[in-house]
Write a protein that binds this ligand. Sequence first.
Ligand code: NAD
Length: 270
Amino acid sequence: MVYSPYLLKGQKALVTGGSSGIGEGVVRALAAAGASVVVNYHSDSEAAEKIVDEIKLANGEAIAFQADVSQEDDVQAMFAKMFQEFGTIDILVNNAGLQKDSSFVDMTLDQWNLVISVNLTGQFLCAREAAKEFLRRGVQPRISCAAGKIICMSSVHQLIPWAGHVNYATSKGGIDMMMRSIAQELAPQKIRVNSIAPGAIKTPINKSAWDTPEAEAKLLQLIPANRIGNTEDIAKAAVWLASDDSDYVNGTTLYVDGGMTLYPGFATGG
Ligand code: NAD
């Protein structure tokens, strides 16, 4: 995909969990569209630095920053570093997330708390810091007609219940209500908050669901489009939601799922 380098020119973006999978795809796409990007990572500094180096080689601007999004101090230090390096923030992509799967009755409190704290509380902490800066700075008409944009990486599991993954599905359901409540509260200040709900995208988080022909065939039964998504499918949606092309879109979830939420089991009458 070729992006116009003017689409997000002059905009400053932060992508959490940006060193792998969907986050990496979004980082690369935002940079290609002209944004300066903070690549947040949790533990893989080598991967994050490699992405930063490649963006710089292509005349883009990027820095890597280690932070655990579930920790308030880490998040505040990350935003402080971003403001020191780039001056401000225009685009936050709340992408970091993980799974700790278990049957419901065997799920430990640690498994529950970890997933909720990274997937949901992490998005709250980052959104709050970004929103404070959007409100402080306001609209810069030459940069964007919004005072700021927040994109929350949710999942089809904000809608589809998921046995064996109660913590994960609950975190994504929570993201939906958090996203819409923030959007309602901040829309008058020209801040846009939206979610992307990916279906099955080939990344490390769900490797076991597609890395054998048998697993892939089983997964494809859930996808009317008959292909597993790739990180570019999500990155293209993120660039659009970050740009003024979506200026009238606020508080909505864009499902990028090849039709997974169309209840494919009912296609032949159920
Ligand atoms: P991934 O495992 O490659 O990416 C998740 C990223 O989050 C990793 O880089 C990881 O290091 C980071 N992370 C984990 N804990 C963190 C923490 N405490 N602080 C900072 N970063 C942390 O998998 P992915 O598929 O690219 O997932 C990205 C997002 O997309 C997640 O929110 C996931 O729930 C969502 N999603 C993925 C799919 C899919 O099919 N791959 C589907 C729906 C939603």
